[in-house]
Design a binder for this molecule. Structure first.
Ligand code: TYD
Length: 215
């Protein structure tokens, strides 16, 4: 018997909005319900993803001069797209085996974050990412910037270059501005109130997902 294709589910939001927590909870829920599911993230843990993480936490230096290298948003945008193209192969393989894929951040992050550079338009980001997997559904966790900043203070990870009030405000605006275009190109997107308690946010996600899951 042919298996149903696995769903590709994406979690999005500004830093501190809870995408990582909710992606984990969703993956656990799917497994508990007897579905095969993989939890993944972008940037990925593969070589290009690792390079991006080092760039985002300013850990890259020139071997020649030992000076720190700050990547431009244009370069980051291309690196994120390269990471995503490779990642898409893995995502498609899982989907065709009937495995659900839960992904912490995807192309909407590139649209919202990299278009902090006014020279990078959402349409350009979409063009660069042509050929990448298309999600079945995307959840956008909405949390006010100040709340995210206070959540981020309690994190032990090295902060990324984006974890500043003015940047997060710009990224938040970019998310809001792009929803229509995103839905046209990448299918359904559901905005969720991410300020609610963890379990309530999770239940809200499940509520929207339930009808899409095979019985
Ligand atoms: P990470 O530490 O994984 O943040 P979080 O746990 O909040 O997801 O770092 C990922 C960072 O990369 C985050 O600041 C968003 C950024 N990002 C982009 O700028 N563009 C992208 O395309 C993606 C996938 C992430």
């Amino acid at each position: 018997m042919r298996k149903n294709r696995g769903l590709f589910i994406v979690l999005e939001g500004i830093d501190g909005s809870g995408t990582t927590t909710q992606a984990k909870k969703l993956h656990n829920y799917l497994s508990d319900q007897g579905f095969e599911s993989v939890l993944t993230n972008e940037p990925t843990d593969e070589p290009v993803g690792k390079l991006i993480r080092d760039a985002l936490s300013r850990r890259i230096t020139s071997p020649k001069t030992s000076r720190r290298i700050d990547f431009s948003e244009r370069a980051l945008c291309l690196l994120f797209a390269a990471d995503r193209i490779e990642h898409s192969g893995v995502i498609e393989e899982a989907r065709s085996d009937g495995i659900h894929v839960v992904c912490d951040r995807y192309i909407l992050s590139s649209i919202a974050y990299q278009s902090l550079d006014p020279g990078i338009t959402p349409r350009r980001v979409i063009e660069i990412n042509k050929g990448c997997s298309i999600p079945d559904i995307t959840f956008l966790l909405r949390v006010p910037v100040n709340e995210c900043l206070s959540r981020l203070k309690n994190r032990k990870d090295a902060p990324t270059i984006y974890e500043k009030k003015e940047f997060l405000e710009g990224i938040d605006r970019n998310y809001a501005k792009t929803l229509q275009l995103y839905r046209k190109s990448f299918g359904p997107l559901v905005a969720i109130d991410g300020t609610a308690p963890e379990n309530k946010v999770h239940n809200e996600i499940i509520k929207h997902l339930r009808t899409r899951l095979p019985r």
